[in-house]
Design a protein around this ligand. Structure first.
Ligand SMILES: [Zn+2]
Length: 158
């Protein structure tokens, strides 16, 4: 009987841990708006990508081939997410970076909605879906942050 209780304890604490790593829809962000508010300030594509986790088409997006110097900010809240210093040509048709501007400005979450378990990248300030990170990127990180142009606003460095 005692053994059984101990087993149950272990089992319940393990399952709690696993829920923490999965997507938590109830998380509160510093910037929080209703769908109607987001819709009024975003294009339909920007809304679908950042608020509904859609993925834009490769090569038919604004920044995959952008080579100017500058920074890439969140389209929803303006938080600085990536810069041209970390951007590289991955050949995938989406803007790709080997590192975010600041790790604190993004959140990584397991995305179990796809057939594979992949790591989703979201804005830590407003919860916008940005894209995914894969482990086939270049040195020095070996990571590829595959980001939707629709979630970014590029500001050229003058
Ligand atoms: Zn944001």
């Amino acid at each position: 009987m005692i053994m059984l209780l101990m087993y149950n304890d272990v089992f319940s604490s393990t399952s709690e841990d696993s829920t923490k790593t999965s997507t938590d829809e109830s998380r509160q962000f510093e910037i929080s708006k209703s769908d109607e508010e987001w819709k009024s300030m975003l294009t339909p594509l920007q809304f679908k990508v950042t608020r509904r986790k859609a993925t834009e088409l490769p090569y038919e997006n604004e920044y995959f081939d952008e080579k100017r110097k500058g920074e890439y900010n969140c389209i929803c809240c303006g938080s600085k997410l990536f810069t041209s210093n970390e951007k590289y040509d991955s050949g995938t048709g989406w803007p790709s970076f080997f590192r975010p501007y600041d790790e604190n400005n993004i959140i990584k979450e397991l995305d179990i909605a796809l057939f594979m378990i992949v790591t989703e990248i979201i804005c830590s300030k407003c919860g916008a879906h940005l894209g995914h990170v894969f482990d086939d990127g270049p040195e020095p990180t070996g990571l590829r942050y595959c980001i939707n142009s629709a979630s970014l606003k590029f500001i050229e460095e003058k």
